[in-house]
Design a protein around this ligand. Structure first.
Ligand code: ADP
Ligand code: MG
Ligand code: ZN
Length: 472
């Protein structure tokens, strides 16, 4: 690769407070357009904002979870721009005295992404385009946001996406945002520049605004890499500009260049007193943080022996992690509990929304008990799966669905006889296996399972089949 990409992200996250940042209007997503508004959040003359304390605490919690320094005194500021989504013609934000500075995230490849700052601001309304008309819905205006700004520390699209996923997992775990990119409660701007490897100076960047999915974040970065590399290789300069990404065509388009950049004329907001948190407030907030997903991940892999892949999935969704911990505890085998939950339960739930609000029908203690039986060899893994399906359907405990035969298992001579029968009835896979096709053995294992109605242990059947075939 000829050029090194240098990327910095600005991520906007809506805080899940019940009410807006400066008034009592509801923050709930959707609703009849302009039904969740009042004179304050639509910027009527003479209305006075009142800062929502919970929004400040949520922002501080986000900062604490990301290792930032929380400043006991920060200042709201007016950021001026004229656009119909913002009736006041300024956004109330923070400028030179933000709530949080520093902090960061360490990626799985060991690279550290430093945060510049996290500040508090209000969201704007939404333009709705219908044919030739544009309509404005101010329900979103005044919803509290935090903006999380990184240093230009990313070197690839993959790193940027991993960071976004980590923010999402962390902020959901501490309960300050649902971070739903498809609903716009998490969105990001990517800044991209290229430079020759080894160069210390940064190249000229472009900024792609308002990306609303992980796929678009990656695609916009890749597109910018190609576009800028082409310019540089032709000896043409990259012009600093602000761009929009069109997900349908996969292309970024320039909206304005540096000369036409906005001048926000920031000044301190006179209607809102400085945001103050005492050391005591900050300590109390720090103490109220739950165990963070990264620390859960380490505990699951290091202390409980769960594979890294399983641990990543389990820690991504809070209800799943909680369920797993109870199953692990009552089964006495965390690794098995993890893999059972991931493959048997989780594999069938594909939408993010369902995963976030996961509540399995099978009782965690009952599942733990069932896995305990499988672990000690009292029942086969296949029977455990069948019983789990029954528990998930109708509740109850393992005992309710286990017959005496289930508990006996199939072993010794009976297993040998059934394996021989399976080979006789399925000459083709047997021959394939002998010809070196390892995979063919699985269809024989399947045949043994059918003959025993799942009572045999798959590993034992496989070993027995292997022994018989290699003796033949
Ligand atoms: P602005 O407020 O005008 O968007 P900032 O200087 O605050 O500009 O930077 C915004 C984001 O752009 C930050 O995430 C920063 O890390 C990133 N950034 C700044 N310069 C570069 C560059 N040359 N290449 C890539 N990213 C950059
Ligand atoms: Mg910016
Ligand atoms: Zn309002």
């Amino acid at each position: 690769m000829k050029w090194e990409s240098v990327i910095g992200l600005e991520t906007h996250v809506e805080l899940s407070t019940r009410t807006k940042i400066f008034c009592g209007c509801s923050t709930e997503f959707g609703g009849e357009p302009n039904s969740r508004c009042c004179p304050v959040c639509t910027g009527q003359p003479g209305s006075l904002p009142f800062l929502n304390r919970t929004a400040v605490e949520y922002a501080a919690l986000a900062g604490l979870a990301l290792g930032c320094e929380i400043h006991p005194r920060s200042i709201m500021a007016r950021k001026h721009y004229v656009y119909p989504d913002l009736p006041k013609a300024y956004q109330t934000s923070q400028f030179d005295k933000p709530l949080c500075t520093g902090g960061g995230v360490t990626l799985s490849n060991g690279r550290r992404i430093n945060l510049t700052r996290i500040h508090i601001e209000e969201d704007a309304g939404k333009l709705v385009h219908t044919g030739s008309e544009v309509m404005i819905d101010y329900n979103r205006g005044g919803v509290p946001l935090i903006e999380i700004v990184t240093e230009p520390d990313f070197r690839s699209a993959g790193e940027a996406v991993e960071y976004m996923e980590r923010l999402q997992t962390t902020l959901r775990a501490i309960g300050v945002s649902d971070c739903r990119m498809q609903e716009g409660s998490m969105r990001c701007d990517v800044n991209v520049s290229l430079r020759a490897p080894g160069d210390a100076a940064l190249g000229v960047r472009s900024e792609v605004k308002n990306l609303n999915s992980f796929t678009s974040v990656a695609a916009a970065i890749e597109y910018e890499y190609g576009r800028q590399a082409e310019l540089l290789e032709a000896g043409a300069p990259v012009v600093q500009d602000t761009r929009a990404y069109d997900a349908d065509s996969g292309v970024t388009v320039s909206m304005r260049d540096k000369e036409n950049a906005d001048d926000y004329r920031y000044f301190p907001e006179p209607d809102i007193v400085p945001v103050e948190l005492t050391r005591g407030d900050i300590d109390r907030l720090r103490g109220s943080l739950p165990e963070l997903p990264e620390s859960k991940l380490r505990r699951y892999t290091e202390a409980l022996g769960v594979t890294e892949a399983d641990a990543r999935l389990l820690t991504k969704y809070r209800p799943v992690a909680e369920y797993f911990e109870r199953v692990a505890e009552s089964s006495g085998n965390a690794r098995m509990a993890a893999s059972f939950i991931v493959t048997q339960m989780f594999a069938h739930i594909s939408t993010e929304a369902e995963r976030e609000t996961w509540s399995p029908r099978a009782d965690a203690e009952a599942l733990g008990e069932l896995l305990g039986l499988a672990q000690s060899g009292k029942i086969s893994h296949n029977i455990a799966k069948r019983v789990y399906a029954q528990m998930a359907e109708s509740g109850g405990r393992a005992q309710d669905y286990l017959s005496a035969a289930d508990m006996e298992g199939v072993g010794g001579e009976e297993l040998g006889r059934l394996c021989r029968q399976a080979i006789e009835e399925n000459p083709k896979p047997a021959a394939d296996f002998l010809a070196g096709r390892e995979k063919a053995l699985q269809s024989l294992v399947g045949a043994v399972m059918r003959l025993t109605r799942g009572r045999a242990d798959a590993k034992a059947a496989e070993a027995e089949l292997r022994r018989i075939l290699s003796d033949a």
